[in-house]
Design a protein around this ligand. Structure first.
Ligand SMILES: Nc1ncnc2c1ncn2[C@@H]1O[C@H](COP(=O)(O)OP(=O)(O)OP(=O)(O)O)[C@@H](O)[C@H]1O
Length: 216
């Protein structure tokens, strides 16, 4: 489902976090991406919805080589790939409902459909009763949950998470990881970049370790 073939990424200025990466993630897997700070974990994730493009090699999603993807097909790709960020990237002047609704509003979905799906997504992350609240009233863990609700509201088959437990204590981190496991159990291919080795070890899923631009 997600395939990297000889992928290199060199940023303008000379940083070259990825140097010939070969990865295959099957449909329905849950995989952790590990590696030191700066090893290229975020870069790897950002290549999947084509937020970045590789400098060489091929990224293939669902048998489609993204290097040949016409611009007009990128919105379709991004609807199939939900992503969460360590800094949540919420809109702080909008309610939780509006934050989660955003991808569906951009898609132009009918109002009733948006309402139903947003309520379902908020329910899954346990924050339905707060739908009219603003992000500033939430804890870090709750903000991460809203980011997750926004990532899954379009029911994407692929879910990516960049350091989802970065600022959370161990108990909240476990809860967030269990949430990802629940989405994975219903078939969502899930890729999580994380530093949290004790938790990753405890959960026991496949791990891809990045070192010097390759899998170690
Ligand atoms: N847009 C960019 N322009 C230039 N260099 C970048 C850019 N994005 C990332 N880098 C550099 O590429 C390297 C890999 O960064 P990346 O964020 O992918 O690593 P990471 O493994 O996710 O790190 P962390 O665990 O600290 O989040 C770093 O040296 C970083 O400074």
């Amino acid at each position: 489902m997600i395939r990297f073939e000889g992928v290199g990424k060199r940023y303008p200025g000379g940083n070259e976090p990825l140097r010939g990466l070969n990865i295959h993630i099957e449909r329905g897997e849950l995989v952790f991406i590990t590696g030191a700070s700066g090893a290229g974990k975020s870069t790897l994730l950002r290549l999947i919805p084509r937020l970045e493009r590789p400098s060489r090699g091929r990224v293939i999603i669902d048998d489609v080589d993204l290097s040949g993807l016409p611009k007009r097909r990128i919105p379709y790709l991004r609807r199939r790939v939900g992503m969460t960020f360590q800094d949540h990237r919420l809109l702080y002047d909008r309610t939780l409902f509006d934050n989660v609704a955003l991808p569906l509003v951009i898609e132009g979905r009918p109002h009733a459909d948006i309402r139903r799906r947003v309520h379902a997504a908020l329910d899954k992350v346990g924050l339905l009763d707060r739908h009219q609240a603003y992000p500033v009233t939430l804890s870090g863990g709750e903000q991460q949950r809203i980011g997750i609700a926004r990532a899954i509201v379009s029911r994407p088959p692929i879910l990516l998470a960049d350091e989802p437990t970065g600022n959370l204590d161990p108990a909240l981190s476990r809860e967030i990881m269990h949430l990802f496991e629940q989405f994975n159990h219903v078939g969502v291919t899930t890729v999580i970049a994380s530093h949290d080795l004790p938790l990753i070890n405890a959960l026991g899923h496949r791990r891809i370790h990045l070192s010097e631009g390759r899998t170690a």
